[in-house]
Design a protein around this ligand. Sequence first.
Ligand code: ADE
Length: 230
Amino acid sequence: MRIDILTLFPEMFESPLSHSILKRTQETGIVDIVLTNIRDFATDNYRKVDDKPYGGGPGMVMMPGPVFDCFEYVEKLSPEKGRVILLTPQGQKFNQAKSVELSAEKRLVLIAGKYEGFDERIRTGLGAEQISIGDYVLSGGELAAMIIIDAVVRLLAGALGDEDSPKDDSFSAGLLEYPQYTRPEVFRGMKVPDILLSGDHGKIAQWRRRQAIERTKKWRPDLLGDNKKE
Ligand code: ADE
């Protein structure tokens, strides 16, 4: 997969992209992540990328010119068309299902804005879909882009050590994950449930499913559709 990120702050991505799974998947060629600075496409001497909103109001709005020029440059860097995504609190809320959907794409083009928002013509003119990572306002789309990249890239084939592991993740089956334990068997008087030491894989699977359902009912009942209320 190729991921292009259009941003005013490419340096913000340096640390998240240079550790753990995101580092490894880039090194092994599972993903190619390319950062392009929107400010490089400003046309005036001050490298201006935002301006006051028409009609008045607080804050500054991202100008369409530099974003369009940046996008048209990035678009030509690869023959794959790519799915164009604008990070904004107005977007459709990101979740695991969206993450799985995006992980099937060959190319993503993420546009992160700063300031109070984008000139509307950026969304309409680029035919971009909008994604929000939650009902709160961040100071820019960069952190949202990083979250989406992290959630998507770990789903790519070969990204995790064990190919099967994403399927047991919380939300993959619409449920929270079952409780996990590792050594020691007893820690400060707290014991690992006997069932997990029994070696009976059928019973363990049953127990885990029941636990996942119980926890979801208790902590995230909003996730349970009618068919999962067991
Ligand atoms: N930019 C600012 N707030 C955001 C949010 N909640 N999700 C995505 N991008 C954003």
